[in-house]
Design a protein around this ligand. Structure first.
Ligand SMILES: Nc1ncnc2c1ncn2[C@@H]1O[C@H](COP(=O)(O)OP(=O)(O)O)[C@@H](O)[C@H]1O
Ligand SMILES: [Mg+2]
Length: 572
């Protein structure tokens, strides 16, 4: 049997029905030839009409009847089984609504005489899928997509840069994303708590690390990504990226002596007092309920003390006024009052700020003198192509997260900006692309914060300075719209809240059709992939993060530490 015939037979087996109506705006109506259960919402279907091939998604299923009476009454009891079956077959049916997404002119059958003429008229031999601009004709046949169709649209698993992210719901065909394209812009992974965001992020990060085209910096607020973890629901062991990739991935613990669930990180990150800039404090305005006088006070501090403003301010006392020998009230020596009076700053404002900053002064990971500039080490490692997972250990308050992520990202972005400018001027030392992973992104990218943080600048700049974000969040509606609109790839698991659903679909032409699909995703391990780096929206059963995944990725566990070796030898 010829391949073409074989292919045709296979495709016939996938037929589900034919087009009976609809249009571009209202989607196509497809009469199903079999039972409604043959198709599910989100199914990827193909429609051939003349020389055109259309690709679309099933967005709804509806029961219909040629006459409502046949639907309202069961005919089985009234007629013999054969007649009842015939009657049902003739009068009752299911329609699927299909949202056409892409189309492609394939030209006539290669064996037909018209083909050579068509080829002449279309020198671009390799037809490419285009956004849909027309519709298939009446009665065009509709079938489920086969693996060839999926590869046509999403690429083959072994194409350069492609990575299997999951499988189609019905037929289990592997689905790829292009990692190189994905990191050209910032992207987002969304879904309610427990839908599998962190697991999917691990999978994508493993793909990116293996591909080795970009460095990764993870702000690991919940200590999940670096070292081995236990799944909170199943109790099963979850491998960390450090465990699998070895020293290419460095786990950095925030603060001296910090451990991550009893394990020691590769090194500790300490922040020098002189690394803290007024803007780092201004970012905490809401968190610390700072007054609008804060910027003026901070400016005066920097003017008086320069780089050591934080240290000097921290060590001022708040004794206020004391009486001198004559009984006259004077500012206590070394007090905030004394400094403020000397430089002509509002004393109350300065005292208030000093009081509120006590929470920051107390942070154990901020030190006057640090033995090693670990922040510089992180930057250098990333520039050299290593990956860094910054674990927050027990510092899991919003204050820690806001302060540390902003400060580090500002420093790193400055380094990348400098390197990019040098590269543009001298054409040497092209910066290594960097992707920064942010869990709980809404804390940093909400409407109020977004205008001030480096993160929103990064999202807006695309890859101008070789840095992009991968944001992971359960409340997309709280992320500033302008940041959302910049995300090239949005991957979203189930979301329960209407405003969250609206925000992940914002800006998409097909949002009305996709809304229902998103609301009816499985509660776990199923996502809708959307956005610029995807040829069309697609429903995906995500890949499982397990031993098979690592095997398929070609990454084997290497016993690294002496303890690991002892374990491997059977000593525990
Ligand atoms: N891809 C996956 N492979 C294996 N287990 C998964 C996967 N996605 C989700 N799970 C299961 O679902 C649970 C919740 O996933 P998680 O990524 O922690 O959710 P989220 O970060 O969205 O709150 C995990 O503990 C795990 O048992
Ligand atoms: Mg999570």
């Amino acid at each position: 049997m010829s391949d073409t015939l074989n292919n045709e037979l296979e495709q016939n087996a996938l037929l589900i029905g034919y087009v009976v109506g609809g249009g571009l705006k209202e989607n196509l109506r497809v009469r199903l030839s079999g039972s409604p259960q043959a198709v599910q919402e989100g199914a990827f279907v193909v429609i051939d009409s003349n020389t055109w091939r259309f690709f679309g998604l099933v967005t709804d299923l509806q029961l219909g009847a040629t006459d409502p009476r046949f639907a309202d009454e069961q005919s089985e009891g009234r007629f013999s089984p054969d007649i009842a079956k015939l009657l049902v077959g003739q009068t009752l049916y299911t329609n699927a609504e299909v949202m056409p997404q892409l189309m492609m002119d394939r030209g006539p059958d290669p064996l037909s005489p018209e083909y050579s003429q068509w080829v002449k008229a279309h020198p671009d031999q390799n037809p490419r899928p285009l956004s849909v601009k027309t519709i298939p004709a009446h009665h065009a046949l509709v079938r489920m997509a086969d693996s060839g169709d999926i590869e046509e649209i999403f690429g083959k698993p072994d194409d350069e840069g492609n990575f299997i992210i999951g499988y189609t719901r019905e037929q289990n065909h592997p689905l790829c994303i292009n990692l190189d394209k994905m990191i050209q812009r910032s992207s987002g992974i969304f879904g309610a708590t427990g839908t599998g965001k962190s697991f999917l992020t691990r999978i994508i990060l493993a793909g990116l690390i293996k591909r080795d085209k970009a460095s990764i910096l993870v702000f690991d607020m919940h200590n999940e990504y670096g070292l081995d973890d236990t799944a909170s629901d199943t109790g099963e062991e979850v491998k960390g990226l450090r465990t699998r990739f070895g020293t290419d991935v460095q786990v950095v613990g925030l603060g001296k002596g910090t451990t991550i669930r009893g394990q020691t990180p590769d090194y500790h990150l300490e922040i020098a007092e002189s690394d803290i800039h007024p803007e780092d404090i201004e970012l905490l305005t809401k968190e610390l309920n700072l007054k609008e006088t804060t910027p003026t006070t901070l400016e005066a501090l920097v003017q008086t003390f320069g780089k050591s403003w934080f240290h000097e301010f921290k060590h001022m006392n708040n004794l206020g006024r004391i009486k001198d020998e004559t009984g006259k009230p004077i500012p206590a020596p070394g007090s905030v009052d004394e400094w403020a009076s000397n430089v002509g700053v509002n004393v109350m404002a300065a005292q208030g700020l000093h009081d509120k900053l006590r929470k920051v002064f107390d942070r154990p990971y901020i030190a006057e003198n640090i033995a090693r500039d670990t922040l510089q080490e992180v930057t250098l490692s990333l520039q050299k192509g290593k990956h860094v997972i910054l674990s927050f250990g027990d510092f899991d308050s919003d204050l820690d997260y806001l302060l540390v992520t902003n400060l580090i990202t500002r420093r790193i972005r400055d380094a990348w900006e400098k390197q990019t400018d040098e590269f543009r001027a001298k054409r040497t030392g092209e910066p290594r692309p960097l992707t920064i992973v942010l869990e709980e992104a809404h804390k940093l990218l909400n409407r109020e914060m977004a205008s001030q943080t480096t993160f929103s600048t990064i999202a807006r700049e695309l890859r101008k300075y070789y840095v992009t974000l991968l944001i992971v969040d359960q409340r997309p509606s709280q992320i500033y719209d302008e940041v959302m609109s910049q995300l090239g790839t949005r991957v979203t698991g189930w979301l329960g809240d209407d405003s969250d659903i609206a925000s992940v679909l914002s800006g998409l032409a097909a949002k009305d059709s996709l809304r229902g699909m998103l609301a009816r995703l499985q509660p776990k391990e199923e996502v809708l992939m959307l956005g610029w780096s995807m040829p069309m929206p697609m429903l995906v059963r995500t890949r499982r993060y397990d031993e098979r995944f690592w095997r398929e990725l070609g990454v084997r566990e290497l016993p690294r530490t002496t303890n690991d070796y002892l374990k491997a030898l059977g000593f525990n």
